[in-house]
Design a protein around this ligand. Structure first.
Ligand code: FMN
Ligand code: EPS
Length: 386
């Protein structure tokens, strides 16, 4: 069974992910994970914190000589900002609990409800863990899953398709072309004209002390059919992917394929008709299902979309109430991202990779990469001849 946990506070010494159940013999290097960590830090619209951090993973268990051992893989990402916070965040009685105490909850963040739920009078005890800093650890873990998927011919590419009111026109591209186009864009968008407008929109929001959300898309190429299942509803691949995307901080909606638009159409316009050709087996000429039918991958490209709300911390103050004095105030802000949709897109790729790797291992099992590859190859042959 493949599973992972993350731990760590935003301004603590480090973030940790423990990945358990990864098969042995998977080539894995820190540099491969660092590339994804760097992408997650980037994207136009990020704030001052990203100038402090340069995320790098330290692999402290489960890998030897560049290959996984089958034992738990521990991934540690240091917080450079810790240097400025060790007095405040110290685990012992020496911690300075006064200087950076927070009693002013931000609308739209976990602050108020987290304080009520866990009985904290200092909102810092909530925001340290509710912060999307945690996604650095999730990207590290998800990138191990991405490595495994790569070995069986599965590629995952995310792209930003909307920032605020600016919508991109997504060209139909291969996985490699899409990755190249996205890599050139400061907002990870494959449409150059929309990229320019998105940058302008983010800059305007920043100047006006405001924030922006948007939509990103995840495409997965090369998935075999039959990952996930209809036999128990908690095993549906779409349910699990939607849950994973929704678990990302500030994600408020998820679509698969035609998504909400399918609800506006007739069945004859939505359902993908089936064809057969001896050289490729069964296929569909359209992909409104987004690569999932009956809770299972159907062999077509997987298409997911996630909507991110605007960042809650605003330079333009919103009304709130101090939990100590019960007096209203208008929040003042030290620093914040203006827009983190590109970063969230990288997190989306990672969490999707994770869920797909879990479903892959459920279907094919195996303790070694070699076993898994053999079984996937055999299954692909079987599928072609079906
Ligand atoms: C990559 C990323 C960066 C974020 N940066 C910020 C930020 O700088 N300031 C902020 O208030 N919220 C930021 N958020 C959003 C909050 O973490 C999120 O809104 C908060 O945890 C509340 O959770 P919810 O929006 O899912 O309800 C970010 C989210 C992501 C995914
Ligand atoms: C640190 C990251 O994102 C942070 C997510 C975040 C939040 O409230 O979610 C608030 C900000 O942190 P800080 O208050 O330290 O400036 C972001 O910078 C990161 O993505 O690595």
């Amino acid at each position: 069974m493949l599973r992972f946990l993350t731990a760590g506070e935003s301004h603590g010494p480090s973030l940790t992910a423990i990945v358990d159940g990864m098969p042995a013999g998977l080539p894995l290097e820190a540099g491969y994970i660092d590339k994804q960590l760097a992408r997650r830090q980037g994207g136009h619209g990020r704030g001052g914190r990203m100038k402090i951090e340069t995320d790098r993973v330290c692999i402290t268990s489960g890998v030897r000589g560049g290959l996984t051992l089958g034992s738990p893989v521990t991934l540690v990402v240091e917080n450079r900002d810790w240097e400025n916070w060790h007095r405040v965040m110290a685990p012992g009685p020496e911690a300075d609990l006064e200087t950076r105490a927070v009693t002013r909850p931000r609308p739209g963040h976990a602050d108020l409800t987290g304080a009520i739920k866990y009985g904290h009078r200092d909102v810092r005890n909530v925001l340290e863990r509710s912060s999307a800093r945690e996604t650095a650890a999730r990207v590290a873990a998800g990138t191990v899953a991405r490595r495994l998927l790569e070995e069986v011919g599965v590629a995952i590419v995310g792209s930003v398709v909307r920032i605020g009111s600016i919508q991109a026109q997504e060209p139909a591209l291969t996985a490699a072309e899409l990755a190249e186009a996205v890599g050139k864009s400061p907002v990870y968008c494959a449409d150059p004209a929309a990229t320019e407008k998105m940058i302008g929109e983010i800059d305007r929001a920043r100047e006006e002390g405001d924030s922006l959300g948007g939509v990103f898309e995840i495409k997965v190429f090369g998935l075999p059919p039959g990952l996930g299942s209809y036999v128990q509803r908690d095993r549906t691949l779409d349910g699990r992917l939607a849950g994973a995307l929704m678990s990302i901080q500030a994600i408020k909606g998820v679509e698969v394929g035609a998504g909400f638009n399918a609800a506006c159409c007739r069945g004859s316009e939505v359902h993908d008709e089936l064809y057969y050709a001896p050289e490729r087996g069964f296929y569909r000429a359209t992909n409104n299902a987004g690569g999932i039918e009956g809770g299972m991958s159907n062999g077509e490209m997987l298409l997911l979309r996630a909507a991110m709300k605007p960042i809650p911390t605003l330079y333009k103050p919103l009304r709130s109430v101090d939990i100590a004095t019960k007096q209203p105030f208008e929040a003042s802000v030290e620093r914040s991202d203006t827009c983190a949709v590109p970063a969230a897109c990288v997190v989306g790729e990672a969490v999707a990779a994770w869920e797909l790797a879990v479903a892959l291992l459920e279907k094919f099992g195996g303790e070694t990469l070699r076993e898994i590859k053999t079984r996937v190859d055999q299954y692909r042959e079987y599928q072609k001849g079906f």
